[in-house]
Design a protein around this ligand. Structure first.
Ligand SMILES: Nc1nc2c(c(=O)[nH]1)N[C@H]1C(S)=C(S)[C@@H](COP(=O)(O)OP(=O)(O)OC[C@H]3O[C@@H](n4cnc5c(N)ncnc54)[C@H](O)[C@@H]3O)O[C@H]1N2
Ligand code: MOO
Length: 408
């Protein structure tokens, strides 16, 4: 087979991520930490639960005394301290209430009958299905002091934020958000809100990529419209690099004489790779731009909106992940599915926009009807990208690898 003249996605990813170091950390309040990535391991300072407590509304007692009628000697609501349980008695207790010393079992109130003079009797004859320890949530069952609570590199989503709060933690060190400059090239591109002249189109790429990048964890430092002119392209690339860890451009990376981005990049810095074995996204360009205190990575996405969309998932997500030191961003989860389409590829791997449906026979991938790289509607319903390798044919019913589009 002839050598593929295009660079493989794997080689492009290797080149893009080589030498990337995790950014520094910053200390922030937990109330601002949603979606940020931990730059430190966190150990538990408290047992959770902090004390044995009841999992049910009911009665705390000694299991050995379960068969007797028991008078109620104390009432323990959640948040109230308990005192030692007097032998031959039980305690009225509520979910979350502290187990009184001496009690070893909680009976839920549905299993108990009480009489007028405040005695309870366990309704279940002899309490046969009630074991010692039932309905008691033991101290430290969830987390013990000194346990690793959360690891460095964890994205702080809902459950992790709950864990931090459960420890009384109010501030954490997170990785600084990667700074991204987003430039839109093309004389035809106009921002929504302005009138369109003949031949012009609205800028779909900017809000689309801004949203994706922010969901990946980046902070957008600069956006700009770049006209199809070499000098202006150079000037704005230089300016963008100074504000950002990553400069992302859209458009202007193909072969036409109005495509100035590559030349400007080569003059200012370095073009590492151009022309990848993928569809959409073939003219994608990767490189670097020098700055006063180092360098900024450059990702030149093709102008076609779907090419930019797919390029963001395949390259920008792992790049932002590497800068954040967040391993879950390095790879999209892969789900094998049955193809509900046929497709044949040549030298480019095809990332088809598909909707996965989960049937009793397993996941099925339905391809968007029009897979052209200018047809952004193909992305709106898609929840995955089906990967059709180079030089292959997929028939309906064949198994196909699908990349699940999770942002974080
Ligand atoms: N002779 C060749 N022509 C093209 C080739 C090729 O190999 N030989 N490759 C085609 C492929 S594949 C792609 S993808 C595009 C990529 O071109 P560019 O990256 O240079 O992008 P532009 O030409 O600037 O724009 C392409 C297309 O996308 C529209 N566009 C651009 N920016 C935006 C935006 N922000 N929002 C919405 N739409 C945008 C632009 O108007 C063009 O229609 O090149 C092919 N050509
Ligand atoms: O690579 Mo282009 O993105 O096929 O349309």
């Amino acid at each position: 087979m002839a050598v593929n003249p295009l660079t493989s996605v794997e080689d492009a990813l290797d080149a893009l991520l080589r030498g990337i170091e995790t950014l520094d950390g910053e200390h922030i309040d937990c109330v601002d930490a949603a979606g940020r990535v931990l730059a430190e391991d966190i150990s538990a300072r408290l047992d959770v639960p902090g004390f044995d407590n009841s999992a049910m509304d009911g009665y705390a007692l000694r299991h050995a005394e379960i068969t007797r009628p028991l008078p109620i000697s104390q009432r323990i609501a959640a948040g109230q301290p308990a005192t030692a349980l007097t032998p031959g008695t039980c305690a009225r207790i509520f979910t979350g209430g502290e187990i009184p010393p001496g009690a070893d079992t909680v009976i839920m109130q549905e299993k108990v009958s009480s009489n007028d003079n405040g005695h309870i009797t366990v309704a279940d004859s002899l309490g046969i299905d009630i074991e010692p320890g039932d309905n008691i949530r033991r101290q430290g069952r969830d987390v013990r002091v000194g346990d690793r609570l959360l690891s460095k590199g964890t994205k702080l989503e809902a459950a992790a934020l709950g864990q931090l709060a459960g420890q009384g933690i109010t501030s954490v060190t997170v990785t600084k958000a990667p700074r991204v400059a987003l430039l839109s090239t093309g004389d035809e591109i106009v921002s929504p809100g302005k009138p369109l002249a003949p031949g012009q189109i609205y800028n779909s790429n900017r809000p689309m990529l801004k949203r994706l990048l922010e969901r990946f964890g980046a902070h957008i430092t600069m956006t700009a419209d770049v006209p199809d002119a070499f000098k202006e392209t150079s000037r704005l690339l230089r300016q963008a690099a100074e504000t950002a860890d990553v400069v992302v451009t859209t458009g202007g990376v193909s072969v036409g004489e109005e495509d100035h981005v590559k030349q400007a990049l080569e003059q200012l810095g370095q073009l590492d790779l151009w022309q990848l074995a993928m569809k959409p996204g073939k003219p994608l360009a990767l490189g670097r731009l020098p700055t006063h205190n180092g360098e900024s990575r450059f990702v030149g996405l093709p102008g076609n909106p779907v090419s930019g969309y797919v390029g963001a998932w395949i390259y920008l997500r792992p790049l932002i992940g590497a800068l954040l030191g967040c391993p879950t961003l390095s790879r999209l989860p892969s789900i094998p599915a049955r193809a509900a389409f046929t497709e044949q590829t040549q030298i480019r791997r095809h990332y088809m926009r598909v909707t996965l449906s989960f049937t009793a026979q397993g996941p099925v991938a339905h391809a968007a009807a029009d897979q052209n790289s200018a047809v952004l509607s193909s992305c709106v319903q898609a929840n995955a990208l089906a990967v059709i390798p180079e030089h292959s044919r997929i028939n309906e019913g064949d198994s196909v690898e699908c990349l699940w589009l999770v942002e974080g």
